[in-house]
Design a protein around this ligand. Structure first.
Ligand code: MN
Length: 239
C-alpha cells in the first residue's frame, strides 16, 4: 500500500532527522522486531471487567492504541507520569504480528503471529476515568510516555501459541494480579480476526491482549515484575 504518508524519502530528503523506529528484542538472536502499531484490547478478562464495573457478557471486543514510541524495554525505568495521582499497572500478554491483512478468518489468524511477549498497559486511571465520564478519547489515560513496557519476544516457531498458563504481576515481591490465559474472553485468533475487520493489520503490529483482575496503583520506588507462563518475564522499576 502506497500513499503520501508512506512514500519513502531518499537519504537527506527529510527536513528534520527522522524519528527512530521502535523495536523489541527477540530472545536468542541479535535481530530485533520493528514495531509499527500498538493495539490494546479492553476488558478481556471477565474478572477485570467486573472489577471495573462492567458486565463481561454484553460486550463485543473493543480496542484502543498506544504509540510505538511509548514502549520501554525490559529493565528500563518507568518514570511516574505527569498530571496524575493514580497510575495503574495492567499485566498483559503481547502478541506480535509477522504478517498483516484485513478480514483475517479466525482459523487462519495464528498464521499471522510472529511471537509473544510480556507487556504492561500502564494507565493514568484518574485521567482515563475523567475521559470516560466526559465521553472523551482515552489517549491521555493510555498513550503517554513510557506507558508500554515490553519484554523481549519469543517466536511462535519456538513456543507455539500459548492459550493457557499463568499470567501474574508482583509489585515489590507481593502478588497483585493473577489469572490464566485460558480466561481471555476474546482469544488471540478472535482478537486478530476482529481487529483485522476494523484496521489493515501489518507486520510489526503488536496487540496487548488485556489484563486479568487485580489492577492497582504504583508509586515511585516500586518494582513491577510480570510473568506469562511459557513466554517470559518483565521487570520495570518506577522512578
Ligand atoms: Mn489493558
Amino acid at each position: 500500500m502506497t500513499n503520501a504518508a508512506t512514500k519513502t524519502a531518499a537519504a537527506g530528503e527529510f527536513v528534520i532527522a527522522p524519528p527512530p523506529l521502535a523495536s523489541l528484542p527477540v530472545r536468542g538472536i541479535s535481530a530485533r522486531f520493528p514495531v509499527r502499531r500498538v493495539y490494546c484490547v479492553g476488558r478481556n478478562y471477565a474478572a477485570h471487567a467486573i472489577e471495573m464495573g462492567h458486565d463481561p457478557n454484553k460486550e463485543p471486543p473493543f480496542f484502543f492504541q498506544k504509540n510505538p514510541d511509548n514502549i520501554i524495554q525490559n529493565g528500563e525505568a518507568f518514570p511516574y507520569p505527569s498530571k496524575t495521582q493514580d497510575v495503574h499497572f495492567e499485566i498483559e500478554m503481547v502478541v506480535a504480528l509477522g504478517k498483516g491483512g484485513t478480514n483475517i478468518p479466525v482459523e487462519k489468524a495464528l498464521d499471522h503471529v510472529y511471537g509473544y511477549g510480556v507487556g504492561l498497559d500502564m494507565t493514568r486511571r484518574d485521567l482515563q476515568g475523567e475521559a470516560k465520564d466526559l465521553r472523551r478519547p482515552w489517549e491521555v489515560g493510555k498513550a503517554f510516555e513510557a506507558s508500554a513496557p515490553c519484554s523481549e519476544l519469543v517466536p511462535a516457531s519456538e513456543i507455539g501459541h500459548p492459550d493457557h498458563g499463568a499470567i501474574w504481576l508482583d509489585v515489590n515481591g507481593e502478588r497483585k494480579q493473577t489469572g490464566d490465559l485460558n480466561q481471555l474472553i476474546w482469544k488471540v485468533p478472535e482478537m486478530i480476526s476482529y481487529l483485522s475487520g476494523l484496521f489493515t493489520l501489518a507486520p510489526g503490529d503488536i496487540i496487548m491482549s488485556g489484563t486479568p483482575a487485580g489492577v492497582g496503583a504504583i508509586k515511585k520506588g516500586d518494582v513491577m515484575h510480570g510473568f506469562v507462563e511459557g513466554v517470559g518475564e518483565l521487570r520495570t522499576p518506577v522512578v
